[in-house]
Design a binder for this molecule. Sequence first.
Ligand code: NAP
Length: 247
Amino acid sequence: MVIIDVVNKTIVITGSSKGIGREIALKLLNEGANVIVNYYKSDPSTLNVFKGFPCHKLLLCKADITNEEEVLEMCNKISKKFGSIDVLINNAGIISDSPILEMTNDQWRSVLETNLTGMFICSKIVAKYMVNNQQGKIINIASLKGQSGSENQANYSTSKGGVISLTKSMAIELGKYNILVNALCPGFISTDMNKNIEFKSYAAQKASVLKYHDSLYDLINFVIFMVSDSFSSISGQVFNLDSRIKV
Ligand code: NAP
């Protein structure tokens, strides 16, 4: 029998005030994990959804993941409260879409800064705690677009391609400390990130080989499995969580 148990594991999820991160956080809390909900620009009222969970299982942390000082401060708070960090889920991300001929340097830089540099900063800082414990897991949320490229999203798809490469490099370097590093490439999931690009949902649905296409449920369960001790010797891999043959 496969045991999927995440009780009392301490898990940091960057960008978990809404969207995919929030759904992962809620599931992990319901399964008995200690969860650090990281957010940045969200109004604190959006975090009311976490109110019902006991204080000793939950830490709400405002921190800009691109700011090393703020990430260090967040990790100090986590360490004081929970003692260690078992899993880092690098989920925070943004888009700033534009045709490449019109894309400003600021649009390019801001997306690369959050999606890739922010992930590097969080991973570097959290990995030091994991090295001390000689164990840990880092789960990076990439995207299929990091493999395929994407129209009007050169900044985004490049950042996600970088995430895949960063994942493999970290897996190579951190494996000797028993730290597993893997990337997940979800399919289209309707969130605030893509709420203004309705047609993409339709296109994603049409491209799926399945009649119904909703990969959020599977993504969450996949993450729970990866967090559990049943997932113990796979690293440096990229998992496509989708039902489309062509992106
Ligand atoms: P979302 O609903 O827009 O949520 C993004 C989250 O990232 C928010 O919680 C936001 O926090 C946080 N964030 C942004 N910048 C941050 C920063 N500098 N510091 C800390 N947190 C920051 O997006 P989503 O759709 O759930 O996407 C989550 C991840 O999945 C992203 O990496 C995205 O690229 C990836 N993904 C999404 C899809 C999809 O179809 N939705 C598909 C493939 C991959 P605040 O609001 O508090 O700033």
